[in-house]
Design a protein around this ligand. Structure first.
Ligand SMILES: [Zn+2]
Length: 200
């Protein structure tokens, strides 16, 4: 193998190797979200998980990078499937869409997901298929998805109600002033239009 072929060889295995490392890291940091369902009895089981900044670091392009959530899970096991009812409650850090300060946005949400056993089946809306041979399931992806589905598009909070705890009061005041000015200008334009006599 000459040098250039050597280099090509390493370049070709590099992405696979990186992916492998990433998977290892994923499994390493998210083990607490694994449920060994094979050993569970049929019926209801309750779980409580916590999600923090380290959790979000595992989802590279996540819309939330920092946050803290409590996940309450009611899991019903039947002979053919697992039914998950999840409730998430917490806050995430974001840049406020009004005053661009770093704010803690409160977020709650609920979701039901079914996990069924089948080989080679495509996931559907809220139905996830896993191999009948799997004896455990990692809920990290499902929990992350549930938080993303609950997240509003705009990062806002009721700054006034919290006495501007983390929003920038000066910028919000300026925005209010600008809005009032625009409204006043709008009104004067309207008054001028009203006075035009179209019948002449
Ligand atoms: Zn704000």
């Amino acid at each position: 193998m000459n040098i250039s072929r050597h280099r090509l060889f390493y370049l070709s295995i590099l992405p696979t190797f990186a992916l492998h490392l990433k998977m290892l890291r994923f499994m390493d940091t998210l083990v607490e979200y694994i449920i060994p369902h094979k050993g569970l009895s049929d019926g209801m089981h309750s779980y409580r998980f916590e999600v923090n900044d380290t959790f979000f670091e595992n989802f590279e392009s996540s819309l939330i990078q920092k946050g803290f959530f409590v996940v309450d899970l009611q899991l019903e096991k039947t002979p053919t499937m697992l039914i998950l009812n999840m409730h998430i409650d917490g806050t995430y850090q974001a840049v406020c869409d009004r005053c661009v300060a770093d704010i803690q946005v409160p977020l709650q949400g609920s979701r039901s997901v079914m996990i069924k056993y089948a080989d080679d089946a495509e996931d559907e809306d809220e139905i996830i298929f896993i191999s009948p041979l799997e004896h455990q399931v990692n809920l990290a992806n499902i929990i992350h998805e549930t938080i993303m589905l609950a997240k509003p598009i705009a990062n806002l909070k009721d700054c006034e109600a919290e006495d501007y705890k983390d929003c920038d009061e000066a910028i919000l005041d300026k925005l209010d002033d600008d809005l009032q000015q625009e409204q006043a200008q709008g009104n004067s334009t309207w008054d001028a239009l009203k006075n035009i006599n179209f019948e002449s």
